[in-house]
Design a protein around this ligand. Structure first.
Ligand SMILES: O=C(O)C(=O)C[C@H](O)[C@@H](O)CO
Length: 254
């Protein structure tokens, strides 16, 4: 048995943009609802959403039948959490709040088996189809995608060094945290934050890496895509449901 090709990693590696959606509802059903939307990837969030290992696994299980990659965001760079998520099948990971190249190297080590890293070894788990993927432990990194989030001025300043770390595939800007940490809470559209965002993308590009961002406003997403970002999330299940239901009810309340 061979591991399925990571189409998101292939697209980003070829410089091809991939549009994603943020899945925050911690539900295999709602994730499956949006799996056929045409999105190239779905972010399964466990930083700001009530996802746990079982709900992450359930969402990865449903995505196994759809042509979009599940990207799991861990709540931190904790190696134990990374190990557990990977063993249930998370092979595309997003790690928040990366600030230094040293931190990035530790994350790469967490997703790599010895001798390059320190990922805990297990013979059979969901990630290797319960022991059915031949040579999984030696080839797993080929289908893994590692997107590190840049969300503060320290991370921006170190973006070039972070991007240059072997094993990092993408720098992903967290516009909410970045703007907040820059003193412009929740307002990434202001000039200093936009300059910082552009510098992260440029640093990633110089290192031959992809760059991504969450941009739920279409005009912003279009601008980021035109500017060279290729891993762009353009909305969320939570936002679509909340704003859509609000608007629908409001349309009858004259
Ligand atoms: O800082 C950000 O913005 C992100 O990383 C995305 C948010 O965490 C996401 O949950 C949307 O609010």
């Amino acid at each position: 048995m061979q591991e399925r090709v990571n189409s998101l990693k292939a697209d980003l590696g070829n410089g091809q943009a991939s549009i994603g959606l943020w899945c925050s509802l911690a539900s295999a059903l709602t994730t499956e609802v949006v799996a056929s939307s045409g999105a190239g990837w779905l972010l399964i969030d466990s930083e700001h959403s009530p996802n746990d290992l079982r709900s992450i696994m359930a969402q990865l299980q449903v995505l196994g039948g759809y042509p979009c990659e599940g990207v799991v965001r861990l709540p931190s760079d904790d190696a134990v959490g990374i190990k557990q998520a990977m063993d249930v099948g998370a092979r595309s990971l997003m790690i928040p709040n990366i600030r230094t190249a040293e931190q990035a190297r530790k994350v790469v080590a967490s997703v790599s088996y010895a001798p390059k890293g320190a990922r805990g070894f297990s013979v059979g788990h969901r990630a290797n189809a319960f022991g059915r993927i031949a040579g999984y432990h030696g080839t797993a990194r080929e289908q893994q995608l590692l997107a590190l989030q840049i969300e503060c001025e320290t991370g921006v300043a170190n973006a070039a060094e972070i991007a240059a770390v072997e094993g990092v595939d993408a720098l992903f800007v967290g516009p909410g945290d970045l703007s907040t940490n820059m003193g412009h809470m929740g307002n990434p559209g202001v000039e200093p934050v936009q300059t910082a965002i552009a510098s992260v993308r440029a640093a990633a590009a110089r290192a031959g890496k992809a760059s991504g961002i969450l941009a739920p406003v279409k005009a912003d997403a279009d601008r980021y895509l035109a500017g060279g970002f290729t891993m762009v999330a353009v909305g969320s299940d939570l936002g679509l449901l909340a704003r859509g239901s609000d608007a629908l009810i409001a349309s009858f309340n004259r």
